[in-house]
Design a protein around this ligand. Sequence first.
Ligand code: PBG
Length: 331
Amino acid sequence: MRTVAPFPAARLRRNRRTEALRGLVRETSLSVTDLIWPVFVMEGQNDTHPVPSMPGVSRLTIDKVVEAARHAESLGIPAICLFPYVDPALKTEACENAWDPDNLSNRATKAIRDAGIEVAVMTDVALDPYNANGHDGIVRDGIIVNDETVEALAKMALAQAEAGADILGPSDMMDGRIGAMRSILEENGHKDVSIMSYSAKYASAFYGPFRDAVGASGALKGDKKTYQMDPANADEALRLVERDLMEGADMVMVKPGMPYLDICRAVKDTFRVPTFAYQVSGEYAMLMAAARNGWLAEEQVMMESLAGFKRAGLDGILTYFAPRAAEILNG
Ligand code: PBG
C-alpha cells in the first residue's frame, strides 16, 4: 500500500479544486477511438424502424446503414457492428441463410466497402437471427449441438470475410469455434481478418431489448444457459479468455458491461490483451428509460457509464451511445 501523509499535509481535495487541476490528475479518459457502434440492419430502401425498447435506436435499411457508416467515419468512430433483422420466412432449423453470401448482413458489409468508407466493419457470428428456434446453435432433440454448430459458424465466418468484414465477432459461446474460424480463414486466404471473441458472455436478462430489435424474442424457445455463462462465475471467464486467445482470437470481449466490470478488470490484468466490453441493449434501455422519465441526467449518465469502462482498464466499448458520445467528445 502506498502511504498517504496525515492531515493536513495531505488534503486530497487540493487536486480537485479546479477543472484544470482535475484534468491534470485525471487517470483515464474516453476517446472517440474507443467506441464501436452496433447497428441493426433490415431489408428495404430508404427506411428506418424505431426499436420501442431502445429509445433513439432504429433498424436501418442498407442505404441508411451506409449513411450511418459515413456518419461514424466523420465522427472518428473506428468501427460499426452489424446485426441483421432477418425475415422470419428465412429462419430455418438448419440456419442456411447464415452463410449465404448474399444475406442481409453480407450485403450491408459489401455496401459499406463499396462506398469506400474507412470504418472497420464488425459482424456477428451466431445463428440466432437465422434460426427457427431463436438459439445461437443448431437444435437437435431439444439440445443445442456444439460441433455441428461450429461447422456452421465457420462457414458463416468465411462468408462474412469474403463480403469484406474486418472483424468477426462470434457471440455464440460454442466450444471450439475460434479455432475452427481461424483455420477456415487461413485456408481461404483471409489471414488478416480479426476475430473479437465474445469470450465471457453471460446468460443475461439484459439482452431483452436486443432480441426485440433483431426479431429473435418470439422465436426463442427456452433460455441460453447451456452455452452462455452463469452470472455467478468469474474464474470461468479467465479460462474462456485464455482458451480463445490460444485458438487465435485477436481481441476479447466481456458481455454485458456495467454489471460485469469486475470481470473486465480481471481479464485485462491477467492477459494484457485488447479487451472490450459490450454495454448491451438492456443497459442502454434502463439508462434511457430513467432519463426519459426525468429521473437521471441523460448525457451525464451516458458519459459516466462509458468512463467506468475505461477505468476498468478496457480498450474499447460496444455501445448504442457511440454516435452521441462521439459528438460530445468532439465538442
Ligand atoms: C446473440 C447476440 C445477443 C446480443 C448480441 N448477439 C443476444 C443473445 O445472446 O441473446 C446482445 C446484444 C445486446 O443486448 O445489446 N448472438
